[in-house]
Design a protein around this ligand. Structure first.
Ligand code: GTP
Ligand code: MG
Length: 613
């Protein structure tokens, strides 16, 4: 579409052209939504906008402006999809014809079909499209049938495209124009008798669906203009946060930011606010004229974090820097949340909430890359609700950080969240899948058939078990064909306990985990083994132990070695050697502060990653 509309020159075209983050390109996935404005000169007759006659004028080329928002497919980032949905009048449901319907297709579809609060009751158009039809692996007819069944549409409504060859794309553009209604706007012209006054009083209602932060220009909000118009210099206000500002620039996405004179109703674009304080701009807020404010548009639901992990600066002096970095990250990812926390031996840090394991990994990676911070990241955890013994009030206490999980002897009962899971897979893998569901304490619900050869399985299981590497196991037992989506369900009683990892007889709080009592031995063994394999040897022999249920249940010994840190450097670069010795000295200082053993930060990251295994 970008090529056909000349939005991007053919020579600049490349795979994932809208994915601008380094991490997106490395991993080959979209993480953040990206708006883009296209101008399309249609050559065909567009029936719903023109007269029904067949006069030659009906076939002349017309220019249409299309505002597209590209969204991620991975379920961890479905919040991006939900926000984009409220900023548009219709959507393209892209189904890979080599894969067929995936579990996340259902999640996305449900979101698109749910009533859009505040945007009236007009039906939301969904255009089903099969992609990759050029591929020899494409199963066009079968997948088309699946889509028809799923949407309850006619087969002719399903379009076929190839992003590679361009086949079908022009037809898709025409279908968008034909099926998606043009944006409507309410006329908020002030009822002022004086004509000149009426003309000068401009109105605006813009929905903030995303934003980003620039060091020079402050917060840049991504908006869909619902009513009225905005231009550079306008004095504006955020309806919810109440912050006033002047528009330093307005523009559209092509897909890079392109300044424009004016943005008017129907457009998607950006407004540069100059606001540098964190916590002012929020997605779902409405921007309106300061002098002539209009009512705010119903906002977005704040997404609920699913996993938690705490982040501490490796060097306590970096606390302020970490705080600043988190504030800025939050400005480019509104789904992420954080709160100050302090834990005895790790010092001051932040408890962060994420929408899933991939989200967690992406954020910690960005903190390291974009802000050059050395971090200690704790084992990820979900929320537990603990009812303590001798607690007449009967109030449950929420525990997000494993190292704050109370000792068994103090606990009356523990509750944990369960999830409703949907798995879609080719039928031949069902047996394998049932086995892993069983291993993960899942309860199988409805089993349905989907198309000829695919089954859909509904499961409820503890979120804790879903996070215990269920995704990877599912992929591996289904040769990569099964897909999964999930929603948070109810809280249920849990049989769990805290596992502590000790290094040289000292608990390392970042490695503590809440685990199933039944799996205590296995989990302890795994953590200890993993740590033994990644912890660099020290000058002295040390013990690595796992402790749970009141005793040591796993133990290893890491033999010591004498190590000269400068040994591997030959040649006489004395300054480098000195630097390294300085660093080592600093490391020793830290060691004293943190305990007997120096644990490098990548060990924390590796443990964090493997804790899903
Ligand atoms: N053969 C063929 N390959 C395609 C086509 N479209 C995309 N691909 C390939 O499929 C892979 C994924 O493409 P993306 O465009 O990143 O897919 P996406 O749907 O945006 O993925 P997410 O954003 O992560 O949900 C890339 O390797 C593309 O080269 C197509 O029409 N034909
Ligand atoms: Mg993508």
């Amino acid at each position: 579409m970008l090529e056909i509309t000349n939005t991007i020159e053919a020579r600049k075209m490349r795979d994932q052209v809208l994915d601008s983050m380094e991490l997106e390109r490395e991993r080959g996935i979209t993480i953040k939504m990206q708006p883009v404005r296209m101008e399309y000169h249609s050559k065909s007759k567009i029936s719903n906008l023109k007269s029904k006659s067949n006069s030659p004028e009906d076939f002349r080329s017309e220019i249409y402006i299309l505002n597209l928002i590209d969204t991620p497919g991975h379920i961890d980032f479905s919040y991006e999809v939900s926000r984009a949905l409220k900023a548009v009048e219709g959507s393209i449901l892209l189904v890979d014809s080599t894969q067929g319907i995936q579990a996340q297709t259902l999640t996305t579809l449900n979101m698109a079909r749910s009533p859009r609060q505040g945007r009236g009751e007009e039906p939301f158009v969904i255009i089903p499209v099969l992609s990759k039809i050029d591929s020899p692996l494409a199963r066009v007819e079968e997948v088309k049938e699946e889509v028809v069944k799923l949407l309850g549409c006619r087969p002719e409504e399903v379009l076929l495209v190839s992003g590679k060859t361009g086949e079908g794309v022009e037809e898709l553009l025409d279908a968008i124009i034909e099926r998606v209604p043009p944006p409507t706007s309410t006329d908020f012209t002030p009822t002022v008798a004086d004509k000149s006054q009426r003309e000068s009083a401009s109105v605006l209602r813009a929905l903030v669906f995303d934003f980003k932060y620039s060091n020079h220009r402050g917060v840049i909000v991504f908006v869909r203009i619902l009513d009225g118009k905005v231009k550079k210099g306008d004095s504006l206000i955020f309806a919810v946060s109440g912050e006033k500002f002047n528009a330093l620039e307005v523009g559209t996405f092509s897909p890079e930011e392109t300044p424009q004179e004016i943005l008017s109703a129907g457009n998607t674009g950006y407004i540069v606010t100059g606001i540098k304080k964190p916590g002012i701009a929020s997605v779902g807020d409405t921007i309106t004229m300061f002098k002539n404010p209009l009512p705010a548009f119903g906002g977005y639901m704040q997404p609920l974090p699913v996993v938690w992990a705490s982040v501490f600066p490796e060097d306590a002096d970096d606390f302020a820097e970490l705080k600043l970095a988190l504030g800025k990250l939050k400005l480019s990812d509104s789904a992420f949340s954080y709160e100050e926390e302090s834990s005895g031996s790790l010092g001051r840090g932040f408890r962060c909430g994420f929408l899933g394991m991939l989200h967690l990994e992406i954020i910690t990676e960005r903190l390291r890359r974009e802000f050059d911070l050395e971090l200690i990241v704790t084992s990820p955890s979900i929320t537990y609700e603990v009812l303590m013994k001798n607690n007449p009030s009967g109030k449950k206490q929420k525990v997000y950080s494993p190292y704050f999980f109370p000792d068994d002897s103090l606990i009356e009962k523990v509750f944990e969240p369960w999830v409703d899971v949907k798995i879609i897979s080719p039928i031949q893998y069902s047996g394998n899948i049932m086995q892993i569901i069983f291993d993960h304490e899942g309860e199988v619900g409805e089993i349905g058939n989907f198309g000829d050869n695919r089954s859909s399985i509904s499961v409820t299981m503890p979120l804790r078990e879903l996070m215990r590497n269920f995704f990877d196991e599912l992929k591996s037992v289904s040769s990569g064909y099964a897909s999964i989506s999930y929603e948070l369900g109810q809280m249920r009683e849990a049989n769990v306990t805290r596992l502590d990892i000790l290094v040289a007889d000292e608990v390392i709080p970042a490695f503590s985990k809440v685990i199933s009592k039944k799996r205590a031995e296995a989990e302890a063994e795994k953590s200890v083994e993993r740590l033994e394999s990644i912890l660099p040897r020290q000058m002295f022999t040390l013990k690595i132990q796992g402790r749970a249920l009141g005793r040591i249940i796993s133990s290893r010994t890491l033999s010591g070695m004498k190590k000269d840190v400068t040994q591997h450097m030959y040649g006489g670069d004395i300054t480098r050697k000195m630097k390294l010795r300085e660093k080592q000295k600093k490391g020793k200082k830290k060691m004293k502060a943190r305990g007997k053993v120096n644990i490098p930060q990548d060990v924390f990251l590796k443990m964090m990653r493997s804790s899903g295994d």
